[in-house]
Design a protein. Structure first.
Length: 233
């Protein structure tokens, strides 16, 4: 289904055009680390730092991508409550620092026996050697998590010069109208990665330190989860 670009696009696209026309941009000293190019972009667009589940610019979420890293779509731990504790306890391993760790990125299937299935109403993660512990996400939970902030997305591609602390914003693509079927298929096919990151604070059976479960995608596959997209520049 092809739909018109949302009305909020005119001003948003014009603002992105102006940023890209700037060419090489110095990264302000106050922005450090891997998020500095994205922080600089928000600064140039006069956006407030936004960690809430709401869009950035005129109903559009703005994301920067440079290099080959995966793009994080959203964070959402699975159900039922307490399942991450059980996963770490059953499937975790000694990380060599006195913790039991379960830091595992799952792309459809993994060498540790995990596999993703799309049932009638939910996405599940099972293990071939133990089918009693099954984390899951209801379809509506996934759609709400991604739709809260990524219902409309502008993805800006660029190149970072770490030595000179500069960034060039090269081009941008707008995506809108999320496709639930495409999202679920991409998760089960491994195009959307499920990234677990939890460990005990001490040895097995002690309190858990959970950094959250992330859903991530390669930018080459992102148009598969939207019904519409348009190159801005």
């Amino acid at each position: 289904m092809v739909s018109k670009v949302p009305a909020s696009s005119n001003k948003a696209f014009a603002a992105i055009h102006e940023i890209i026309k700037m060419g090489e941009v110095e990264i302000p000293p106050k922005f450090q680390g891997a998020g500095a190019p994205g922080n600089t972009l928000e600064y140039l667009l006069n956006l407030k730092v936004n960690n809430n589940d709401s869009p950035d610019l005129l109903d559009w979420e703005i994301k920067f991508h440079g290099g080959n890293s995966l793009l994080t779509l959203f964070h959402k731990d699975p159900s039922p409550n307490g399942i991450i504790d059980k996963v770490v306890d059953k499937f975790g391993w000694d990380d060599g620092k006195g913790h039991i760790s379960f830091r595992h990125t799952l792309s459809g299937r993994s060498e540790r026996g995990f596999f993703v299935e799309n049932t009638k109403n939910r996405i599940t993660v099972s293990n071939i050697w133990n089918l009693s512990i099954v984390p899951y996400w209801d379809h509506n939970t996934i759609l709400n998590a991604i739709g809260a902030k990524l219902r409309r997305l502008i993805l800006i591609h660029g190149k970072v010069n770490k030595a000179n602390r500069t960034v060039v914003y090269n081009n941008a693509v707008a995506y809108w109208d999320l496709d639930l079927m495409g999202i679920c298929e991409s998760i089960t096919e491994g195009k959307i990665y499920i990234d677990f990151d939890a460990r005990t604070k001490g040895e097995r059976g002690t309190a858990l330190r959970n950094h959250g479960t992330k859903f991530r995608i390669h930018v080459n596959n992102i148009q598969e989860i939207y019904e519409n997209h348009q190159v801005i520049i």
